[in-house]
Design a protein around this ligand. Structure first.
Ligand SMILES: [Zn+2]
Length: 378
């Protein structure tokens, strides 16, 4: 969602990754703690002490988020849901599941595990603070108090009933266990999530208008983050339920107009494009082997005087593992491949031979039709 990630280490076989935005955010947090928050909590310490506290606090925040996400992951693993990894990003963390929970109970336990662990960490830190007798003027005491509060806030924020936040997942589990209809529960939870995201962004906008620019901008960002996460979750889950059990072959177009690799671009335009008016054509040689895909748009890059002499071969996107898919692969995998590679069209290839074309547009149209006419799967 926010670009590239770096793998740090593994725990319980779960890959821990950090989004590159985190390095930037960590620096920003350390700075704002060292120059504002900690001096406000207690005046008169050395500048270097505030910075040391700021850096230790960032490490503490990192582990607080990590433990929160690990709690989700361990409960998920216990319920037989494989985990892809944990990514720490701009707004906290995300534990990536490879499958959705199969029961409302599992969903509830997985969702509640994160906030519950954050509350537990907060309580433990308060207990350590109390047992150690550290005062409000001691750097270690200030740090402990700050991290305890942070864990309570982490729990509270995540318990907002805004799917896909934890609270929204708890809400979905509740709706799901009442109605037995997961798809309907997801839709409701995601819509409430979207509305809450919108509300938070609106609140942020009001704050900006009232002059609190920093805090307001932060709320706007969080609001839009929640909103887009809710929308993505809704589309993603709908796609999963619609496409599950179907293979690429079910959605591909098999009846295709293809082009030979050696046809001149000018002839291609005159005899193929002007007649059939598609945006892209598979390039297939005499033996039926898929050679690539030629996009009509890429003609713009070729000077007009070269159209008569240049073969289609030299302007096509060649067939590669990124641009091809096998007809018996699950349709969901093909959709993921399109999302990952940014390809809107995949050549469907069996034993090197072209058997069809799968387009994102066709998948989305099928999705929209099925969502209108199919009863949601129970
Ligand atoms: Zn969580």
């Amino acid at each position: 969602m926010f670009g590239s990630s770096l793998t740090l280490f593994r725990v319980f076989g779960i890959e821990i990754k950090v989004n590159l935005s985190w390095a930037f955010i960590a620096l920003l947090i350390a700075w704002s703690l060292a120059s504002g928050t900690f001096p406000d909590m207690h005046e008169g310490l050395a500048k270097a002490t505030y910075w040391a506290m700021g850096i230790l606090a960032v490490v503490g925040i990192f582990f607080s988020i990590l433990l929160h996400e690990l709690a989700h992951s361990l409960v998920a693993l216990k319920h037989g849901i494989p985990m892809r990894g944990i990514t720490l990003h701009l707004f906290g963390g995300a534990a990536e599941m490879e499958a959705e929970p199969t029961s409302a109970r599992a969903e509830f336990l997985m969702a509640i595990a994160g906030p519950a662990s954050s509350v537990a960490i907060g309580l433990i830190l308060r207990l350590v603070l109390w047992a150690s007798g550290l005062g409000g003027d001691d750097p270690a005491g200030i740090l402990l108090r700050y991290l305890a509060t942070l864990n309570f806030i982490l729990a509270a924020f995540n318990m907002l009933p805004a799917f896909p936040l934890d609270g929204g997942r708890v809400l979905r589990a509740a709706l799901w266990s009442r109605s037995g209809d997961r798809a309907a529960a997801t839709r409701t939870a995601a819509r409430i999530g979207g509305a809450i995201g919108f509300g938070i962004a609106g609140l942020g906008l009001l704050e900006i208008l009232a002059g609190a620019f920093g805090g307001g901008l932060w709320l706007v960002l969080i609001g839009f983050f929640i909103r887009s996460a809710a929308q993505t979750a809704e589309i993603d889950l709908a796609a999963r339920s619609v496409f599950t059990g179907h293979a690429v072959a079910d959605y591909m177009t098999a009846d295709l107009i293809t082009v030979g690799p050696n046809m001149a671009v000018g002839d291609f335009l005159e005899t193929v494009v002007y007649r059939s008016r598609h945006a892209a054509y598979p390039v297939v040689d005499g033996a039926g082997t898929a050679r690539g895909l030629v996009q009509v748009g890429s003609l713009h890059r070729l000077p007009r005087e070269d159209w008569a002499t240049t073969p289609v071969l030299s302007i096509m996107d060649p067939a590669s593992p990124e641009t091809t898919v096998s007809p018996d692969r699950p349709a969901v995998d093909a959709l993921e491949q399109m999302q990952r590679t940014g390809q809107g069209r995949l050549l469907v290839v069996a034993d090197g031979k072209l058997v069809g074309l799968l387009t994102l547009k066709d998948l989305l149209e099928t999705l929209s039709l099925r969502m209108q006419f199919d009863r949601p799967a129970k």
